[in-house]
Ligand binder design. Sequence first.
Ligand SMILES: [Zn+2]
Length: 198
Amino acid sequence: MGYVGQARDFNHGQHQELRVRKIQDPRFVERRTWCSRGYRLYLGSDAQLRCYQFTKRRFEELNADLRDHGIAEVAHEGREKLWWTGREDLFWADDELSAEDVELLVWDRKRRQEGRLDRLRRIRAREIHATKARRERIPAEVRNFVWLRDGGRCVNCGSEEELQFDHVIPHAKGGGAAVANIQILCGDCNRAKGDLIG
Ligand SMILES: [Zn+2]
């Protein structure tokens, strides 16, 4: 017996997969007849539809588990169990895993997805920033021309401090980088203009 037990444990150790598979688009549907009320859970696409039926009472038990423990065991199929962890969140997991294990894996999956989305958001923000900067860049010959034309000082107040090339009509409002649309402003005048344009 001891040997059998060991062999079994060994097999289980090999099979156990530390991941959960999310169900796409699960649907709970209420079913009423003249004498009873029940629920059906549909999984999968039309081509490969699976359906689980629950009595009203069983469905209420599942809801109570979900409410009280944050997780409910919905079905057991082969070597997998189906778990319900939130309104529309259902996962298949290895049947060796406990409710707590599954909760941890679901938490880890969500955390990793959020981390990945955060990284993508940051990458995209950087790209947008770089594209914008590239589009707004003023060619060297335009800068040289404008510098000479405006006498190397703010066209508004004459200051020579913190000088910047400014788009008269902002790039965002369709202004280009031709000499007629570029001028020299000091930092204060540029910021004041920015506040004015909003
Ligand atoms: Zn100025």
